[in-house]
Design a protein around this ligand. Structure first.
Ligand code: SAM
Length: 279
């Protein structure tokens, strides 16, 4: 049976184009168009937006984004085998889908997009994490994107939305809450994907804040946070001793007890520490 957009069902698309999933590209496809439409709806009102989609694969989420009314979608896909099915999607939505065959870690999409821009992706989690960190730490703020709607392994999603004192709290949670509002909007079992991955997944929706929540130099903050969490069981005066002999005084100046551990320190305190270290 044809789907709502007149295109064939995704199982048929995969069979027709011989798209056997490649492990090396982290290919776990979403074939249920009701589910991809549901994910697209989590991205917010798309009608006035360009959407940057990374890793469209056979086009399930792409079709969801277009059916939900995205003004335009720019899709970056590394696997050239996915281009013919994506061309069929482009033909069903004339003038609204552009596909770039390339590595999202290397392609600069900005000249292809008109603001306002939202980002949506179901990506291999390592690529997703790397892009998320880049998108959260650009040279200029506010960033090019209004929101990010991204699929991650459930455990990574929990690290992004974690609060102080929890085991999942660390660099990702601090960066995300410094610059965005982040929440888990959907959880998916392995069986939602073809082939099913080993673990559950979750969709995280991040909305960019107009300004970072507290002032800090991004490079200094990233360094301090990375050092603090590299040795998360140690007291901060020990974990951060590489920052200089007076680190104890700087911790106190930032309102942090030198005997505290990283996982109990709030974003506000880390930003104060980054300012104390930089100053
Ligand atoms: N979005 C599709 C879906 O939901 O069914 C495919 C999801 S699959 C998890 C990940 C997709 O990202 C694959 O199509 C894969 O080829 C693509 N991909 C992997 N690494 C990539 C990269 N560095 N740049 C662009 N696409 C990539």
């Amino acid at each position: 049976m044809a789907a709502i957009d007149g295109l064939p069902p995704l199982r048929e698309v995969i069979a027709t184009h011989g798209l056997a999933a490649k492990k090396s590209l982290g290919q776990n496809f979403l074939l249920d168009l009701n589910l991809t439409a549901k994910i697209a709806r989590q991205a917010g009102d798309l009608t006035a937006c360009d959407v940057l989609e990374i890793g469209p694969g056979p086009g399930g989420l792409t079709r969801g984004l277009l059916a939900e009314g995205a003004r335009r979608v720019l899709a970056i896909e590394k696997d050239s085998r996915c281009l013919p099915p994506l061309e069929e999607v482009a033909a069903a939505y004339p003038g609204r889908l552009e596909v770039i065959n390339g590595d999202a870690l290397l392609v600069d999409p900005l000249s292809h997009l008109t603001p306002p821009i939202r980002v949506a992706a179901n990506l291999p989690y390592n690529v997703g994490t790397e892009l998320l960190v880049r998108w959260l730490t650009p040279p200029e703020w506010p960033p090019f994107w209004q929101s990010l709607t991204l699929m991650f392994q459930r455990e990574v999603a929990e690290r992004i939305v974690a609060t102080p004192g929890s085991k999942a709290y660390g660099r990702l949670a601090l960066l995300a809450s410094w610059r965005a509002e982040a929440r888990i909007v959907l959880s998916l079992p392995p069986e939602a994907f073809t082939p099913p991955p080993k673990v559950s997944s979750a969709v995280v929706h991040l909305t960019a804040l107009p300004e970072p929540r507290y002032p800090a130099d991004p490079k200094v903050l990233e360094r301090v946070v990375a050092m603090a969490f590299n040795q998360r069981r140690k007291m901060l005066r020990a974990a951060l001793k590489g920052l200089g002999p007076d680190i104890g005084d700087r911790l106190i100046a930032a309102g942090i007890k030198p005997t505290d551990r990283a996982e109990t320190v709030s974003l506000e305190q880390f930003c104060a520490l980054a300012r104390a270290v930089a100053g």
